[in-house]
Design a protein around this ligand. Sequence first.
Ligand SMILES: [Zn+2]
Ligand SMILES: [Zn+2]
Length: 365
Amino acid sequence: MPTTVKGVIARAEQQPAELVDIVIPDPGPHDVIVDIEACGVCHTDLAYRDGGINDEFPFLLGHEAAGRVAEIGEAVTHVAVGDYVVLNWRAVCGECRACRKGVPQYCFATHNASRAMTLTDGTELTPALGIGAFAEKTLVHEGQCTQVSEEAPAEVAGLLGCGVMAGIGAAVNTGQVQRGESVAVIGLGGVGCAAIAGAALAGATTIIGLDVDEKKLAAAAELGATHTLATTGMGPEEVAAAVQELTGGFGADVVIDAVGIPQTYETAFYARDLAGRVVLVGVPRPGVELTLPLLDVFGRGGSLKSSWYGDCLPERDFPYLTDLYLQGRLPLERFVTGRTDLAGVNTALDSLHDGETLRTVAVIA
Ligand SMILES: [Zn+2]
Ligand SMILES: [Zn+2]
């Protein structure tokens, strides 16, 4: 029997998100219905709401969530009813050319639910990142569910489903930060602060947090930054020089751009040591262009990498990061700086603009 529950939708571009009744169909083959317990408020939801992703309205927002498997469809073997899971948007297919090459983190055909959730009038909803978790229940593919320790609260564990994983993974997976290396992170929102935590986890000994906002610098210091630098009014060359000064005059081994605009990318490019790595994890806006001297791209060597979802593999990464949190070695709880409910999601999306919090989490059950 289809079930009617409450969910937060974006009906049309630039309109406030609304809490409405949505219909969850019976799960199809390999589909799973999850009772959502908590879902973080991410910039990507804001981008969906405001028409910055695509125009497949109405969207069912929310994608950074943890909950419990309530019902399973035919052929589901990966999870069972009652399992405590973190949702992900990288349910790798195992069959595309990336999966076959042994690099499933680049999977080109990730799985989503086989059936559509709808409004009560039958209008199909587009779930944000194939999840749609600002809702009492959602429908996903079984591969979108990763079981983690029951002991981690949903508001904390759910954060691994998107932004925090993107940041930690930018350092650990994409940047391949090694013990004793130096790392600089530009932009200290949720993703950038998670990159700081990831660099600390990997054993970096110099970790430099860069932002224009003093509060964010303080948050980064609590998460493992050994140095912080307010970059207000500084151009790329000055910031690069300051990073060099903190790294023996050379620049950082890894510089992570968690903003994604030409100025921050240029800063990252010049703030790294020769043969260092630049990791772009901040999502650029469409149409933005970058100009760099090609001779410098060649002459400085190293690598320029992009990090989608922190190059994570949910089945590999979510359980161990949850365990590190439970062991007190990864302070994920510090990322939860505000709580709301489904009715408060639209206000929380609006407040993402002012940059005061790392993560507001909608606590649902
Ligand atoms: Zn694949
Ligand atoms: Zn997200």
